[in-house]
Design a protein. Structure first.
Length: 278
């Protein structure tokens, strides 16, 4: 198992940041938005957040960076959107010598509330970044200019509406949505790609292609994602041992479960349970 992550904040000389939080703008809190902004960064810019309490959406506007997606670093380029649910490792950093510009929105959500980014939300989208970036930029212009309360309200509502659209689950045909609803009701089952495809009467290749397009991950990666989301809930709401939780979320042993959990969340199940607020 790899060395555990640590909370990290590195900006570097070339970083230019604008942000607005709910203390400055109470209108954000109406939508459970804790913080949002636009960053233009260069190496060695780096962020690691171990288990943030709310959903996170990052929209790449210019250049490219790297984001941690369920166990591996992935390239992120202009136009793409990255989404992360609450209590899951967030990690991203700048690369190369060019500016990387992105807009971002971070939510503050109670552990028992329905999060903006949930188990059915996509992991990464190939479009939607420009619209969200324009909305955040519009809010910035109004906040730094006239700061009219009515217009601030509309800009914040627009930002929230766009993030909600980006995060909505299972946007493809209804039978795909029905598939994931069925999986969510029986995460302990021995799901295989062929079984998943059979449940929605698609070929394995067609299902894989749809999931890549709609969710940014393969079907089996999405099963893992849903299992870990449920495991986090069990760790927070029960005192069950890992050996008891593992079979409930589809793993044959506590060891296999712990490895999958660490890969997705960035910390062991034990540390996740013992963290402040856990």
């Amino acid at each position: 198992m790899k060395t555990e992550w640590v909370e990290t904040t590195i900006d570097g000389k070339g970083t230019r940041r604008w942000s607005l939080d709910a203390k400055q703008c109470p209108e954000l809190a109406v939508h459970q938005i804790a913080w949002l902004g636009i960053d233009t960064v260069q190496r060695p810019y780096r962020r690691v957040r171990l288990a943030p309490s709310g959903s996170f959406v990052l929209a790449c506007l210019e250049g490219e960076g790297r984001v941690w997606l369920e166990g591996r670093w992935e390239r992120m380029t202009a136009g793409q959107v990255w989404l992360a649910p609450p209590r899951v490792l967030n990690a991203f950093h700048a690369v190369g010598s060019r500016d990387w510009k992105f807009a971002w929105v971070r939510y503050q959500e109670a552990s028992k509330s329905k999060p903006m980014v949930g188990a059915g939300s996509p992991l990464r989208l190939q479009e939607g970044a420009d619209a969200l970036g324009r909305a955040v930029a519009g809010l910035r212009a109004e906040w730094e200019g006239e700061c009219d309360a009515v217009l601030v309200h509309h800009w914040v509502s627009l930002v929230h509406g766009l993030t909600r659209r980006l995060a909505r689950p299972w946007r493809s045909a209804s039978r795909i949505g029905e598939l994931w609803e069925k999986v969510s009701r029986d995460l302990a089952a021995d799901w295989k790609l062929s079984t998943l495809a059979g449940e929605c009467s698609l070929s394995t290749e067609h299902l894989r292609r749809v999931c890549r397009q709609e969710l940014g991950r393969t079907p089996m990666e999405h099963v893992t994602y849903m299992r870990i989301q449920y495991a986090q809930e069990l760790l927070e709401t029960t005192e069950d041992k890992l050996e008891a939780i593992a079979p409930q979320v589809g793993y044959r042993s506590g060891v296999v479960f712990s490895r999958a959990f660490f890969r997705c969340v960035g910390m062991t199940p034990t540390r996740f349970r013992e963290r402040p607020g856990g």
